[in-house]
Ligand binder design. Structure first.
Ligand SMILES: Cc1cc2nc3c(=O)[nH]c(=O)nc-3n(C[C@H](O)[C@H](O)[C@H](O)COP(=O)(O)O)c2cc1C
Length: 156
């Protein structure tokens, strides 16, 4: 189990999956970690027991987490490193970033007392309407920088 990492994510518009890809790349290449990536649409109930570090990622729509990723917050994280990230358009705007952290991370996690993350991030989102990007704030470098910080925590 030592060092074994899972990144379990749920996405509807693709951004949380793109962030998962960046995170896995950093953890594997920079930190040499053994990482599995699970798209919850394909495998909604991954066996978390075998992992030392668990990343849960969700997009946000209508102020809510996606259902399958939310369910994972009920797991037993005793003795494990939990890392949580969300993708939301409001998180990408400096004017509303802190509000997004409050609503989609702090308020949400307060409902799951067993979920005490080592690290969290409210990452940018993308919004398309009629095929055109309405809000495109995603910055892969920000995700990479955060993944590097988390990788350092996991391996120290
Ligand atoms: C129907 C709908 C509702 C949304 N509601 C919110 C919201 O309440 N707050 C927010 O910050 N972003 C909202 N967004 C933007 C999403 O957070 C953004 O599309 C993000 O990329 C979703 O993650 P995903 O790409 O992994 O699915 C919404 C987008 C859609 C399409």
């Amino acid at each position: 189990m030592s060092g074994h990492v899972i990144i379990a994510f749920e996405t509807k518009s693709g951004v949380t999956g793109e962030s998962a890809d960046i995170i896995v790349d950093v953890l594997r290449r920079k930190y040499g970690l053994n990482v599995d990536v699970v798209n919850l649409k394909e495998n909604p109930r991954p066996d978390l027991a075998q992992y030392k570090s668990i990343f849960i990622g969700s997009g946000i729509r209508m102020g809510r987490w996606y259902r399958k990723s939310k369910k994972l917050l009920n797991a037993d994280f005793e003795g494990k490193n939990l890392v949580v990230f969300v993708s939301a358009c409001s998180a990408g705007d400096p004017k509303t970033h802190d509000e997004a952290v409050g609503k989609y991370l702090n308020d949400m996690l307060a409902k799951y007392p067993r979920a005490k993350p080592l690290a969290t991030a409210a990452l940018d989102g993308r919004m398309k309407m009629f095929g055109k990007a309405q809000a495109e704030t995603c910055d892969p470098d920000k995700v990479r920088a955060w993944a590097e910080e988390v990788g350092a925590k996991l391996t120290k």
